[in-house]
Design a protein around this ligand. Structure first.
Ligand code: KG4
Ligand code: ZN
Length: 345
């Protein structure tokens, strides 16, 4: 306990961020350390799993130490493992080698100290990032989880209860952003770069197909538009025309977001929810926030999203999710394994 509050030490290592946080009563962040490997993976145009695991292994102990140091600084007294009530850790979905490093570290601390181990689903963590920044937010609500690995519409009925209503049938939205950015020669990760350059482009310059799938479906498909952009770029090159990168980026983004916004708002209306919560790396996208905000206002729906640092991978969100699972008696034993394709329900 710290200041009469339950303290969670949380570890996240599912992709290319090694992160550790100390979180009090689920919603108060005492420290949030993120060691990102983006600069290393940039060289390869995407995350290389083997390299990610190796860097997690090199960094994880220092990141945990820093999380204690930062918490001590912020709280004005030394915080140690003795103050911690439970250890939260991401155990899936994600890259198996990457997950295993965080999980082995959390298990080692749990075994050495006798503190309970709480396994967290990465996507639940992303959703919980909103509880940290919006103290008044409570379930039920509709969540759009949108990142490099996932695109899901999730009905959140309680802190530990949710149902997946729809998901991508091929690429995740962030993956489409990253791949299109590569085609346009923008660099990695592509999401923030497209977000920025699209501001200078005309979203109606190129007509890319909006893929809504069957009537009433809450699923998504983004692989077609990725191919659409590739074909467009090749055609223009063959014809000897110069490509206006800002226009193509803005048109791609508009086509993707038209579908995402329409489906998210109709899911909320269908499930009678007056709150929509955005989560995951792509939730940092300025155009998505702007379009969804306007659509929500028209329907009397309140929109919530975390600040960019809590949108992308971090351990504070894992600490929040671990707290609610722990308070509901959700403790795991030391046989807990990493599950790369862990389902949400
Ligand atoms: O949640 P996250 O850090 O990792 C996963 O769990 O996947 O999300 C990373 C993804 C990347 O695909 C990145 O390009 C995308 O989020 N992203 C963005 C923006 N910032 C990050 N996509 C669009 N606009 C942004 N501003
Ligand atoms: Zn993530």
């Amino acid at each position: 306990m710290i200041n009469g509050k339950k303290a969670i030490l949380a570890i996240e290592s599912s992709c290319d961020e090694t992160a550790c946080a100390v979180v009090l009563d689920g919603r108060e962040v005492a420290s949030n350390i993120i060691s990102t490997q983006i600069e290393i993976h940039k060289l390869y145009g995407g995350v290389v799993p083997e390299i990610a695991s190796r860097h997690h292994l090199q960094n994880v102990n220092a990141v945990v130490e820093q999380a204690f140091e930062e918490a001590s600084k912020n709280l004005g007294r030394e915080i140690t493992m003795d103050d911690i009530d439970a250890i939260g850790v991401t155990y899936g979905p994600g890259l198996v080698g990457a997950l295993l490093i965080g999980l082995a570290t959390a298990k080692a601390y749990a075994l050495a100290t006798g503190k309970p181990l709480v396994g967290v689903h990465h996507i639940k963590g992303h959703i919980c990032a909103n509880f940290i920044e919006h103290k008044e937010l409570e379930p039920p609500f509709m969540a759009l989880v949108i990142s490099g690995g996932h695109t899901n519409l999730v009905e959140v009925t309680d802190y530990n209860e949710c149902q997946v209503l729809g998901g991508t049938r091929d690429d995740a939205a962030g993956e489409a952003y990253d791949k299109v950015a590569r085609v346009l020669g923008l660099g990695y990760p592509g999401g923030p770069l497209i977000d920025k350059i699209a501001k200078e482009g005309n979203p109606e310059a190129v007509e890319f197909k909006r893929v809504f799938l069957e009537k009433g479906s809450l699923d998504f498909s983004f692989s077609g538009i990725k191919t659409g952009v590739l074909n467009y770029v090749n055609q223009q090159k063959q014809a000897g025309n110069e490509i206006n990168v800002a226009d193509v980026a803005a048109s791609f983004q508009q086509a993707v977001l038209d579908v995402i916004v329409a489906k998210t708002v109709s899911a909320a209306i269908e499930m009678k929810k007056d709150k929509i919560v955005l989560a995951g790396g792509v939730a940092a996208n300025s155009k998505l926030r702007e379009m969804l905000k306007a659509a929500c206002e028209k329907k009397g729906i309140t929109l919530y999203y975390p600040s960019p640092i809590l949108c992308t991978d971090n351990a504070a969100m894992i600490g929040c999710a671990a707290y609610y699972k722990y308070m509901a008696g959700g403790i795991d034993d030391l046989t807990l394994d990493a599950i790369p394709n862990l389902p949400l329900e």
